[in-house]
Design a protein around this ligand. Structure first.
Ligand code: AMP
Ligand code: ZN
Length: 501
């Protein structure tokens, strides 16, 4: 493998808008923080795209030999329904609607999130801190911002004073938003408002008497604002200045802009060297989002159980589909694109199976030109991945390699034109870039159309058993499938979905 120092990595930094050479804070180490999910509902395929982007980035740095500390949080308090600090806490609301404890909601959806990550072969982060686990630190930093004159208390809540901050610093440095324009847009503040200016944001919110998620603080019972948790958890585990902060493009403003202001206001220095924003998965050009009603869940995707889907697709074909575009471009979902991706994925995997079985015969009469070619092509994998993690171009190189593998498969004599060391270099790179860097693996057999089809037949039989009030049979089908790792979920209107563990 080629050494890390020989491969400079460039990153498009959202802060400058430029492609910049990556220079770590500590040589040989990468510290990366990524905003994790708000665990009040199932993650949809759009969320998966963002977490996949950062999985690839951490995998590639590790592959290059860096020691990576990857922190991805769980937001389990403080994310309100509305970005302007209005509305209910998303988790508290779900708990109220389902008559559960907020921590039951958190546990359920955190487990679901982990399961989806596992299905897509998205590796776990090094640390996965939760907002509720860091309330003390959030209170401490809020006190610091108050002491620094950058925050104020009103009626038991504490707000960040954006105009004060902007006197000495630049609010808008990341998103390019202009304070004057933000002050003019939308609803005007009225006498009921606690904020001095509409651009201010909550660091701590007072809990009303019926608010269930609450902690004591110097300002009375309350709960933290959304942005402060990420400032606390990133700097706690990665230091006051760290290498990379990531998230979906939609988090750039206000979330990440506020994170910078809080960290600069508290610690007097910019927290992050490279900001990376992953673009959106869209459906017919519109962002996939739960609130727009155009999102579907991974399990619906695998089973083909959604009006937008013509059939089911396995997680690896979907992973391949997402890798075919650069993370900074939007990616539009379509059945045709997924079918094409599935074919491409199979091609790469078939060549992977083939090359694992090919060994060099030893002695060879080398053909200098061909030998060079087998050295040159794997080097292009690094060039493309190091160029702002260009997975699309990396896949194109892997296709070129797969064509060479197929040539050798049909004509093993070709191997004699390459020396054994070069062939080993070529082989190891093909395997490592597919498996370790891009994280593609053999599609698990149970995601095949056949297995899905058989399960659907059993589900139909179970529905019929229920109609006939033969609950013993219906339970038997459910329980036996469960022992095989197939979980049937009964919907409110008699529909049945399934997931495979
Ligand atoms: P949330 O749980 O809503 O905070 O979202 C978790 C992550 O998914 C965030 O980084 C979002 O930016 C990202 N995200 C949400 N919707 C999409 C989408 N349609 N495409 C890509 N990423 C998304
Ligand atoms: Zn965050």
């Amino acid at each position: 493998m080629i050494k890390q120092e020989q491969i400079p990595v460039t990153i498009t930094n959202s802060l400058s808008g430029e492609k910049e050479l990556f220079k770590p804070v500590n040589e040989g180490h990468v510290g990366m923080y990524v905003c994790g999910p708000t665990v009040y509902s199932d993650v949809h395929l759009g969320n998966v795209r963002t977490f996949l982007t950062f999985d690839i980035i951490s995998r590639y740095f590790r592959f290059l030999g860096y020691k990576v500390r990857y922190v991805r949080n769980i937001t389990d308090v403080g994310h309100l329904e509305n970005d302007a600090d209005e509305g209910e806490d998303k988790i508290a609301k779900k708990a109220r609607l389902e008559q559960l404890e907020p921590m039951e909601i958190v546990k359920n959806y955190t487990e679901g999130f982990h399961e989806v990550m596992r299905q897509f072969n998205i590796l776990p982060p090094s640390i996965e801190p939760s907002a509720t686990g860091h309330i003390v630190e959030q209170i401490e930093i809020t006190k610091k911002l108050l002491a620094n004159g950058l925050a104020y208390e009103t009626n038991g809540s504490v707000y960040f004073d954006v105009l004060k901050y902007n006197e000495k610093h630049h609010y808008g440095i990341l998103s390019g938003r202009v304070i004057e324009e933000l002050m003019e847009s939308g609803r005007k503040l009225d006498s009921q408002d606690e904020k001095r200016n509409k651009v201010d944001f909550a660091l701590w919110k007072k809990a009303s008497p019926y608010h269930i998620m609450r902690w004591p603080s110097p300002w009375g019972d309350g709960f933290p604002g959304w942005h402060i948790e990420c400032t606390v958890m990133s700097t706690k585990y990665l230091g006051e200045t760290f290498d990379i902060h990531g998230g979906g493009m939609d988090l750039k403003f206000p979330h990440h802009e506020c994170e910078i202001a809080q960290a600069v206001g508290a610690n007097g220095k910019a927290p992050v060297h490279y900001w990376i924003h992953s673009n959106m998965l869209t459906v017919n050009g519109q962002k996939m989002s739960k609130s727009l009603g155009n999102s579907f869940l991974p399990r619906e995707l695998f089973a083909g159980n959604h009006p937008l889907l013509e059939r089911g697709f396995g997680p690896m074909a979907v992973r391949f589909f997402m890798l075919q575009s650069h993370y900074s471009s939007t990616l539009d979902f379509s059945n045709d694109a997924l079918s094409a991706a599935e074919k491409g994925y199979k091609k790469l995997i078939n060549a992977l199976i083939a090359i694992k079985k090919i060994d060099h015969p030893g002695n060879s009469v080398t053909d200098a030109e061909r030998n060079e070619e087998f050295k040159r092509i794997p080097a292009e994998l690094y060039q493309n991945m190091s160029d702002d993690f260009n997975t699309a171009k990396t896949l194109a190189v892997l296709f070129e390699m797969s064509a060479r593998i197929n040539d050798i498969k049909s004509n093993p004599a070709l191997l004699k034109q390459i020396d054994s060391e070069t062939f080993e270099f070529f082989k190891q790179h093909y395997i490592s870039f597919i498996e370790d860097v891009l994280g593609l693996r053999m599609e698990e057999e149970h995601n095949s159309d056949l297995v899905n089809g058989v399960i659907n037949v059993l589900i139909d039989l179970r529905k019929r058993a229920r109609q006939d009030k033969n609950f013993a049979l219906s339970d038997k089908i459910r329980d036996e499938l469960k022992t095989l790792g197939v979980q049937i979920m009964d919907g409110k209107n008699g529909e049945m979905n399934f997931t495979i563990e």
